[in-house]
Design a protein around this ligand. Structure first.
Ligand code: PHE
Length: 458
């Protein structure tokens, strides 16, 4: 069967940016920035993106576009039958794993959009938000139904194919996402007391920067750019030969970073507006589903029209961000199943969807009926999260950089990067240097940190 490509460069970039912009931009980056020295952290983060993230993203793009194959197939082709082919399989596996818990949160964003639009937070006392969330996730039915709905939407998009599914939805959803982000940031910075929030986010404080900060910035850069999970490699396999790889990677990184910073502009002005201590807002689910609904009600007027609009827009934004990322994860697995086991896209996608329904439901139920099922002291959800984020992700990133820097044929790399000599690549030496030395070393440090070696040594 003829393999599809993206129909336009902008479609390709928006799809890749859709993968990158996700929950990580909203529920992790802003709070990490505020707590780790503001602008100082942003500078370090941007350096991580430039020195480590971009070279790896460019390499993933390159391998995908050169082979026009799913990630496992792509690495099999470029590895010439050597064991490096396992890096591709590992990417597929990691992406699949991440998808299983990511979709659970996708379902939660839908539920909170629904609660917001129905003004369900009106007159809820601040102390109740935690109960509301805990009660919701522990319920065996509601989160599972939202989860299935979320997966259903992904399935619908994926089965429509690369151009009429993924590309078309990205062209619709990404501009929507930009518009909502800007709208919310403007609303938020016009609140009284907003300047303190912006100061918290941006004031550089180098005294807060230490080795842990740098490791955190690297880990975040990796996750945020969707590296090492096959997503970018898979999407790039639908790029045509004219797509400029380095420039596209730069565009995606800039979009991702801007949205992450703007998310901080949405969150902190409201936090300071209500006089809350930013160190108490939490991170991840606690921030998003416990602190923020309360913050928004109080900052914008409990039960007011503005509060309903703001809160609804915020959770809808999260929903769209999570959806475009989850679609990219699904595509990694679908392309793999379809191409490696030679079946139709519909059938491949259905198999993937079924596995995600089952494993996603297990992750979801691990907050309720299955909360007793634990391994290494973690419930199923955290197990999926930690295994993929802390172990598989850095390991994959490191292997990709070593492979691209040391193993992959240099001439092939340069030819592909320059689109067969059509474009200048003055940064080529720096790129190879990073892939060979900086990235593997830096990621090895992140990895050791993530699995707790440094904490142990201390
Ligand atoms: N980059 C996404 C985020 O910031 C997460 C993600 C990782 C999505 C890997 C797809 C693949 O939330």
């Amino acid at each position: 069967m003829e393999r599809e490509n993206f129909g336009s460069k902008i479609g390709a970039i928006l799809a890749a940016a859709g993968s990158a912009v996700g929950l990580g931009n909203v529920w992790r980056f802003p709070i990490e920035t505020g707590e780790n020295g503001g602008a100082a952290f942003i500078i370090i983060y941007v350096l991580c993106i430039l020195l480590l993230g971009l070279p790896i993203m460019i390499s993933e793009f390159l391998i995908g576009r050169y082979t026009h194959a799913n990630t496992a197939g792509a690495f099999r082709i470029v590895s010439n039958g050597s064991p490096w082919k396992w890096v591709g399989r590992m990417g597929v596996f990691t992406g699949w794993f991440i998808m299983c818990y990511y979709v659970v949160v996708g379902g939660w964003t839908m539920h909170y959009t629904f609660l917001s639009v129905t003004n369900a937070f009106y007159e809820v006392p601040a102390s109740r938000y935690e109960d509301i969330f805990n009660h919701f996730v522990a319920n065996p039915w509601a989160p599972t139904l939202w989860l299935f709905l979320f997966i259903g939407i992904i399935h619908f998009v994926i089965t429509r194919g690369v151009q009429s599914g993924i590309e078309k939805s990205a062209k619709l959803m990404m501009p929507t996402l930009f518009a909502i982000t800007i709208f919310l940031a403007i609303c938020s910075v016009t609140l009284p007391g907003a300047s303190q929030g912006i100061e918290f986010l941006l004031r550089p404080d180098w005294s807060k920067v230490d080795s842990t900060t740098i490791l955190e910035a690297m880990g975040q850069a990796f996750y945020s750019l969707s590296l090492a999970m096959g997503c970018l490699c898979t999407y790039a396999s639908y790029f045509d030969k004219q797509t400029p790889l380095a420039k596209s990677a730069l565009n995606v990184s800039v979009i991702d970073t801007l949205i992450a910073i703007l998310a901080g502009f949405i969150i902190f002005p409201s936090v300071f507006n209500i006089g809350m201590n930013p160190n108490d807002v939490g991170v991840g689910a606690g921030l998003t589903f416990i602190s923020l609904p309360n913050v928004f009600q109080q900052a914008l007027g409990d039960g007011s029209f503005l509060a309903v609009v703001f809160s609804t827009a915020f959770y809808f934004l999260l929903f769209v961000a999570a959806l475009t990322s989850a679609i990219s994860l699904h595509e990694v697995a679908t392309a793999y199943v379809t191409e490696e086991f030679k079946m139709s896209r519909k059938k491949g996608a259905t198999i993937v969807t079924l596995t995600v329904l089952v494993l996603g439901a297990l992750c979801s139920l691990s907050f309720g009926p299955l909360s007793g099922v634990k391994l290494f002291d973690r419930n199923i959800f955290s197990l999926f999260d930690d295994l993929s984020g802390r172990i598989l992700l850095p390991l994959g990133g490191m292997l990709i950089s070593i492979f691209a820097g040391w193993v992959l044929d240099r001439k092939l790399y340069r030819d592909e990067l320059s689109n067969g000599g059509d474009m200048k690549t003055p940064y080529f030496k720096l790129l190879v240097f990073s892939l060979r030395y900086i990235a593997p070393l830096a990621i090895a440090l992140v990895f050791l940190d993530q699995i707790g070696v440094f904490a142990f040594l201390k």
